[in-house]
Design a protein around this ligand. Structure first.
Ligand SMILES: Nc1ncnc2c1ncn2[C@@H]1O[C@H](COP(=O)(O)OP(=O)(O)OP(=O)(O)O)[C@@H](O)[C@H]1O
Length: 214
């Protein structure tokens, strides 16, 4: 799809708290593009991402529309929105193996063998062959980040939301994981909305940067 509705559209989105405007944004992120959101702590960056995933806390009021590839998702429950989000903490399920974590991202259905094969395939894609039976807490930070990314992509999202996902990684790992995320998003032609405090992240994203609160 390459018409004017493709990608993530924030159509006059406004989030208020106790009657005060917190965030206002009117913007379209096209497939394969990255929009970076910056701005001081507490300005509402993560809150905006919550509004897109459908996890906005009830203390906030939302107006405007959120559209994903032409679909109005503003009022949909989170599981019907088809958004994927990555946080600073990869949030892998600690009681499940790496393979089970990845299989969780897959749509239900299909044979056990096919699901297992798909899990092995994505592990190999990110250099983690043979890691399916490992516990997440035995992985390094970079390995956990790769598993979290692939689990999210297996759920077949139509937009990728990043909430400072690289800030827990050291400098060289940060560059590698960041490149992997942007490469994957580009390969899947996904619109990406990234929240960061880091100018290097913004530069690496290569897209438009909006600073909230200025
Ligand atoms: N569940 C909630 N209930 C009440 N207030 C909240 C809730 N979540 C966030 N807030 C408030 O909303 C404002 C915006 O928070 P938000 O986390 O979106 O900021 P941010 O720009 O992402 O900050 P940071 O850069 O520090 O992560 C803050 O004042 C915060 O205290």
């Amino acid at each position: 799809m390459d018409d004017h509705t493709a990608g993530l559209v924030l159509d006059h989105v406004e989030i208020r708290q106790a009657g005060q405007v917190l965030v206002q944004l009117n913007h379209r992120v096209k497939p394969g593009e990255v929009l970076t959101l910056m701005g001081p702590s507490g300005i509402g960056k993560s809150t905006l991402l919550s509004a897109i995933t459908g996890a906005l806390a009830p203390v906030f009021e939302l107006s405007g529309r959120i559209l994903l590839n032409g679909r109005d998702i503003t009022e949909l429950p989170p599981h019907q929105r088809h958004t994927g989000i990555l946080f600073q903490d990869p949030l892998l399920f600690p009681h499940m193996s790496v393979g089970a974590n990845l299989a969780f991202g897959l749509a239900p259905g299909g044979s056990r063998q096919n699901r297992q094969a798909r899990v092995e395939e994505v592990l190999a894609e990110v250099g983690l062959e043979g890691y399916a039976s490992r516990d997440p807490d035995t992985l390094s930070g970079g390995q956990r980040a790769r598993v979290a990314l692939m689990r999210m992509l297996l759920s077949d999202p139509q937009a990728l939301l990043l909430d400072e996902p690289f800030s827990g990684l050291d400098a060289s790992l940060r560059t590698k994981v960041r490149n992997l995320v942007f490469e994957r998003a580009k390969a899947c032609d996904l619109p990406v909305l990234m929240v960061t405090h880091d100018a290097e992240d913004a530069k690496a994203a290569g897209g438009e940067v909006i600073t909230l609160g200025v």
